[in-house]
Design a protein around this ligand. Structure first.
Ligand code: GUN
Length: 289
């Protein structure tokens, strides 16, 4: 059996087209959605991510601003800028690109973002809200995974989901979102003893460890849905996921490719969250009239 490929690129295109219509409606009312991206220092990968976010905004009818600071910037100066953006009616989403330079306290900077503009969902309020199932915004990568599962009709309730990886931006929120939808959830890390024993019991397996091709066919239940969040640059330049795609696709029921799986959905969810933030701001301003 060969797995059905979950096409993140195609789904992202479809979702963006739908939401572009919503952005146009807002713009027609003089409320074009706006995203501000704050970047500090010169991390090469971060610069590429930020450029891609700005391009995706422009393609979707979202206004965007990039606020760049040098590596030796002062934390208070960055927080002051975030506070200005919090107050700007032109801006509905504020995102601080991570990692910040080592002399920054990331938690303090993230805490300065207004909760209703925290489209990355990194603010402690939004992290906590996820725990109680009452999110303001959900974090983009796990939200993108949930949309993919929904689009392909993968049942979650009552199923056993195994998440490998415990990062704050993927593994932990992913586990909570699957739990909220009624899955029985196991969280593993790359250090879990007898990892294969856990992964091979998963109906839904989500892998986000940053260890290229660590999940092999022998670790996967026949017919399982396998979601690969990893993007690893291999010697020679090729991209590989955390799942050994060529072997696992013969065993799984559904599988995401790398590239072209979860990746395109992540930025798409950022666009959706920004448009939703603008819709809420418009509703608030109408209610106040
Ligand atoms: N750095 C790596 N991934 C992300 C992300 O999704 N959002 C932000 N703000 N920074 C990141």
């Amino acid at each position: 059996m060969s797995a059905t490929m979950m096409d993140g690129t195609g789904l992202a295109r479809k979702v963006r087209a739908e939401w572009k219509g919503r952005a146009q409606l807002l713009a027609g009312n003089g409320n074009q959605p706006g995203l501000a991206v704050v970047i500090v220092g010169d991390d090469a990968a971060s610069r590429v991510y930020v450029r891609n976010k700005a391009r995706a905004c422009s393609e979707t009818g979202i206004y965007s601003e990039i606020h760049e600071f040098p590596e030796n910037a002062n934390q208070d100066e960055v927080i002051r800028r975030i506070q200005e953006l919090n107050g700007s009616p032109r801006i509905h989403g504020v995102l601080v690109q991570l990692p910040l330079p080592r002399h920054f306290e990331s938690a303090k900077v993230i805490a300065s973002i207004a909760v209703e503009k925290d489209v990355d969902s990194f603010h402690l309020h939004n992290v906590g809200a996820l725990l109680t199932g009452s999110t303001v915004f959900a974090p983009c990568t796990p939200l993108g995974v949930m949309k993919m599962l929904e689009a392909y009709g993968v049942e979650i309730e009552g199923r056993h989901a195994v998440v490998v990886g415990r990062s704050n931006i993927v593994g932990k929120p992913m586990a909570l979102m699957l739990l909220q939808k009624g899955a029985t959830v196991t969280i593993c890390t790359s250090k879990t003893r007898d990892l294969a024993e856990h992964t091979s019991r998963a109906d839904i397996l989500v892998v986000a460890t940053g260890k290229p091709r660590m999940i092999t066919a022998g670790m996967v239940k026949s017919g399982a849905t396998v979601i690969d969040v990893g993007i690893n640059r291999m010697p020679g330049g090729k991209l590989a996921g955390d799942v050994d795609f060529d072997s696992v696709r013969e065993k799984a029921g559904y599988i995401t490719p790398v590239p072209g799986g979860v990746g395109p959905m992540t930025i798409t969810m950022l666009l959706c969250n920004t448009i939703e933030a603008a819709e809420r701001a418009q509703a608030r301003s109408l209610a106040a009239k």
